[in-house]
Design a protein around this ligand. Structure first.
Ligand code: GTP
Ligand code: NA
Ligand code: MG
Length: 344
């Protein structure tokens, strides 16, 4: 079951970057969806969450990933808005991350919210890779749908390749100005001290296999070094949104980043005035590869293990707040958990 003592926690991958640099389109490419097309003004306005199973990752990564090499359940991707007015949401998304993808439009280069994202990643000590997106907009580009980037580069004229390289070297320079040593990802041996740059196109999919491969490698290392945590411990999460659901009243869309939550659990949730103590009536989980933000067909489940997006139905959630902590009361007394939530 999901609560085996030696079960691995799904790593949380935050996707950050300047407005319109292609974060949502990249996730659409990975999960096979069209969320971006439904967005008002093509602007993301909420944090999203999508559980991508290992099978999807290895299918997309193709020859670059052997699923037998990885004992990960998959990846939980967190989409964030790039528009400047949503800095709170970017910080919240960054705080949840185990690892991150910094998306940069390869022609636009570093922009204000690229810098802001880097500050968040530096502050939280989050390992990240750079997705140098929109390589297909390089003049003279010959698109290679879904191919690994080396294959794609082989199909380019010298002129197109050197135009792309100019932009990529500029990125390396910008990262170096920020104090990061960066290089094309295939030249990076130690991802701890160096930032790998993955040239790709969210539109044509070329380079996306490479990105997933690098993310799997980073996650695996991260799991080994830091994640010998108790995955079956009391659930801890963050509220993304408070939503009215027919038949349930106010519910929480939350990201569970640690432990397990079960139907019937007593939970403490940060509220507008005081922490709310209530009991979980139902747990609703988005389908694999579905964006929680737009999901319509949640599945009712008895328990959810981290990391995951989950809709929590419980009485008295009207005054719960986006950004507030959610805690399951299990090993501590209710008073202790309430005090901790009040502190947060
Ligand atoms: P915010 O969430 O609002 O910050 O934007 P975003 O970073 O999620 O960017 P989004 O996915 O909305 O993409 C912005 C625009 O760039 C859309 O018109 C996409 O179709 C386009 N786009 C994204 N990736 C690519 C790419 O690889 N190539 C090309 N040609 N266009 C792209
Ligand atoms: Na956008
Ligand atoms: Mg977006």
């Amino acid at each position: 079951t999901t609560t085996d003592a030696d079960a691995l926690r799904t790593p949380i991958v935050a996707v950050l970057g300047h407005v319109d640099h292609g974060k949502t389109t990249l996730l659409d490419r990975i999960r096979g969806s069209a969320v971006q097309e439904g967005e008002a003004g093509a602007i993301t306005q909420h944090i999203g969450a999508t559980a991508v199973p290992l099978e999807t990752v290895s299918e997309m990564a193709g020859a670059l990933v052997d699923p037998d090499d990885f004992d990960l359940p998959g990846l939980l991707f967190i989409d964030t808005p790039g528009h400047h007015s949503f800095s709170t949401l970017r910080a919240r998304g960054g705080a949840l991350a185990d690892i991150a993808v910094l998306v940069v439009d390869v022609n636009d280069g570093f922009q204000p919210q690229t810098e802001e994202a880097i500050d968040i990643l530096r502050r939280t000590g989050t390992p990240f890779v750079v997705a140098a997106n929109k390589v297909d907009t390089t003049p003279g580009w010959n698109p290679q749908e879904g191919e690994p980037i080396q294959r794609s580069l082989e199909a380019q004229s010298d002129r197109a390749e050197s135009r792309l390289n100019e932009n990529l070297y500029e990125l390396i320079g910008d990262l170096s100005d920020e104090g990061f040593s960066a290089d094309f990802y295939w030249r990076v041996q130690d991802f701890q001290g160096n930032i790998g740059i993955v040239p790709l196109s969210a539109m044509t999919g070329e380079g996306v296999p490479d990105l997933l491969t690098v993310l799997m490698g980073l996650s695996q290392r991260f799991l080994k070094s830091e994640m010998s945590i108790d995955v079956a411990g009391p659930g801890r999460g963050t509220v993304l949104e408070v939503k009215e659901e027919r038949g349930f009243g106010a519910t929480l869309d939350a990201v569970l980043y640690d432990g397990v939550i079960r139907t019937g659990d007593t939970i403490v949730v940060g509220g507008q005035y005081d922490p709310i103590v209530t009991e979980v009536r139902a747990l609703l989980q988005p389908r694999p590869n579905a964006e929680m933000r737009t999901e319509k067909r949640f599945e009712k489940v008895p328990e959810v293990a981290a990391a995951a997006g989950v809709k929590i139905a419980a009485p008295d959630l009207d005054e719960a707040m986006a950004g507030a902590p959610v805690r399951v009361v299990r090993d501590q007394t209710e008073e202790e958990v309430v005090a901790e939530v009040r502190e947060e």
